[in-house]
Write a protein that binds this ligand. Structure first.
Ligand code: ADP
Length: 253
């Protein structure tokens, strides 16, 4: 491995098997980082690993199947990363699950599942990288929250909204605790980002949704990845405990 390669930053992106996490992971690779793609879904990880886009970057990529609601698995993954790459500069907590469930129909199992993946995963992955970031005296943690955690739209499910709101306050508690040690912790809160699944939504419903967004269009994954990339950069060292809204003006505050 070349000396230049050794100096690359190491970034972990959870839920990097598809969608926003994948977009963020690819952006980091294009910025000359080493990237750990974490996902519970091995098939998605295989597809990413075999995709044409990734071929030039395979020596800087690592693919780990981890369920972020399993604390032992998180710790194991961190040890594995350190054994080979020796450092962890950036953690993006993006893995998540969402389900539209009414308050009446919520089961204990469903509640616990969403809270343990979205909120527990964020807490325990962040906890697991702390010792390393503290010893480096530098680090960036970026939590992918949601407009759901700010406005509580019924369509997102109370459990999902509570988990996303929880991420916003975790962002502040971690930021406060780590600010003097060169580690920043921030969140982004996207809304109405264009995804392939939108193809399955009724066109009238989509048009109505679009109409409710002040900028009159859906957001793009690369628009979220751009802010995550900025927050991960050295230039963002004076920003911590903040939430960046990326919602086309849906929520102005
Ligand atoms: P979005 O792109 O909007 O963030 P997706 O559902 O497309 O949402 O992506 C979420 C990713 O998180 C998926 O790749 C999914 O496999 C992953 N994921 C879901 N649950 C877990 C989990 N428990 N541990 C790790 N990754 C998970």
């Amino acid at each position: 491995m070349s000396e230049i390669n050794e100096k690359r930053k190491v970034a972990i992106v959870t839920g990097a098997g598809q969608g926003l996490g994948l977009e963020i992971a690819k952006k980091f690779l294009s910025e000359e980082m080493k990237v750990v793609f974490v996902d519970v879904n091995q098939q998605l990880l295989n597809e990413v690993k075999n995709s044409a886009d990734l071929q030039p970057y395979l020596s800087n990529s690592k693919f780990l199947q981890v369920d972020v609601s399993d604390v032992a698995a998180i710790k194991h993954s961190v040890n594995e990363i350190l054994r080979e790459w020796f450092r962890i500069d950036i953690l993006v907590n993006n893995a998540g699950v969402r389900k539209e469930t009414s308050i009446e129909d919520m089961t204990e199992e469903e509640w616990n599942k969403i809270l343990s993946v979205n909120l527990g995963g964020t807490f325990f992955y962040s906890q697991a990288v702390l010792a390393t970031m503290k010893s480096q005296k530098s680090g960036r943690i970026i939590n992918i929250s949601s407009y759901g955690g700010q406005a509580g739209p019924l369509s997102s499910g109370a459990h999902y909204c509570a988990s996303k709101a929880g991420q916003l306050v975790l962002t502040k508690t971690f930021a406060r605790s780590l600010a003097s040690q060169g580690i920043t912790v921030n969140a982004v809160a996207p809304a109405a980002i264009e995804t392939p699944e939108m193809k399955n939504i009724d066109t009238n419903k989509l048009a109505k949704m679009k109409d409710s967004i002040p900028v009159q269009r859906f957001g793009r994954e690369e628009e979220v990845a751009g802010i995550v990339s900025y927050l991960a950069s050295d230039a963002a060292g004076y920003i911590t405990g903040s939430t960046f809204d990326i919602n086309g003006g849906l929520l102005m505050r």
